[in-house]
Ligand binder design. Structure first.
Ligand code: NAP
Length: 295
């Protein structure tokens, strides 16, 4: 079994991004990313901190905007409007999920599609669906595809089963992997909570992707001998004997699946770092499209 090292690949991609940013700077352009956090959800605080730290470290102009949990929908829309109009900002990310009084869909459609580095705007979702190469694609699916490509795992003609149909992971990943060309051409099945006989469906997979949000849901019996397993899940399991009082686990029961799999991603250190690396890639791409200057 091969461990697919997402952390190491993310570091390599980040170094390539750093080089591109330096080249853009030499041509008078500094790519800018705005990361907006509304509220005090601990996971969102951690995610936005990481994104801001890495973007600064790579040389982006990075603006981190922390808004109180009482921030109204109209205040947030006003800030998004200002960022849309700001020529120093090429990518805008509003950390999901916002507090419940905020209508996330209205925020997503308010972001200029050219600056939508999360790839959630209907314009980008539509472009991905029709195979338009100028689509900004959601970072987690993009990271999963890149992990497969970099690990030399053939997707063309492969049976892929994705568990999860969210707009964040499952659905865009299915669109990416069924796209014509490199990293695509797969035969994709998307399973969800209403799927019948899930273990049997999963056992047909050459590549099995778990994006469910349930700790260790995928057991050894779900995995065909020699399959590749991509674990997108990030779950906090409380009360374990660790210093923090919790541990992070994926959607896959690692030991029993790893013993059958040809290759598998760990959690942490698999898809997670790739998501952040692809956000940086998307921001450079957005900057290049907006300025017409390539790095
Ligand atoms: P989500 O929106 O809650 O979607 C979960 C999907 O799993 C849904 O399609 C749901 O089916 C399906 N599901 C739930 N229970 C199931 C069951 N018993 N059998 C089969 N399918 C089931 O979650 P998400 O946003 O896609 O995230 C999924 C996981 O990935 C979470 O752990 C999240 O933290 C993690 N994640 C990680 C990263 C990263 O960078 N590593 C990024 C994003 C998300 P229905 O549609 O029928 O409800």
């Amino acid at each position: 079994m091969n461990l697919i090292d997402g952390k190491a690949l993310a570091e390599r991609i980040n170094e390539q991004t750093r080089v591109k940013i330096n080249r853009l700077k030499e041509r008078g352009i500094t790519p800018g990313l705005a990361v907006v956090l509304v509220g005090d959800d601990p996971a969102s605080i951690a995610y936005t901190r990481t994104k801001d730290r890495i973007s600064k470290n790579l040389g982006f102009f990075s603006r981190k905007i922390d808004l109180g949990k009482e921030t109204s929908q109209s205040e947030l829309l006003k800030i998004v409007g200002e960022l849309n109009a700001d020529p120093a900002i090429h990518g805008i990310l509003v950390q999901s999920p916002p507090p419940p009084h905020i209508d996330e869909e209205r925020i997503v459609v308010a972001i200029d599609p050219a600056k939508d580095v999360d790839g959630f705007h209907p314009m980008n979702v539509g472009k991905l669906a029709i195979g338009d190469p100028t689509a900004l694609v959601p970072c987690t699916p993009l990271g999963c595809q890149r992990l497969l490509l970099d690990s030399g795992i053939e997707t063309s003609g492969a049976q892929v089963v994705i568990i999860g149909r969210s707009m964040l992971v499952g659905k865009p990943l299915a669109l990416l992997l069924m796209r014509k060309g490199k990293g695509g051409d797969a035969t994709v099945t998307v399973a969800h909570s209403r799927s019948r006989d899930l273990a049997n469906v999963c056992r047909t997979a050459d590549i099995l992707v778990a994006a469910i949000g349930k700790p260790e849901f995928v057991r050894g019996e779900f995995v065909k001998e020699g399959a590749v397993v991509i674990d997108v899940g990030v779950n906090r399991v409380e009360g374990e004997s660790s210093e923090k009082g919790y541990r992070i686990t994926g959607d896959v029961a690692f030991e029993e699946t790893a013993s059958k799999a040809r290759a598998i991603t760990p959690v942490p250190g698999g898809v997670g770092p790739m998501t952040v690396a692809m956000l940086m890639v998307n921001t450079v791409t957005a900057c290049e499209h907006q300025t017409g200057v390539t790095g």
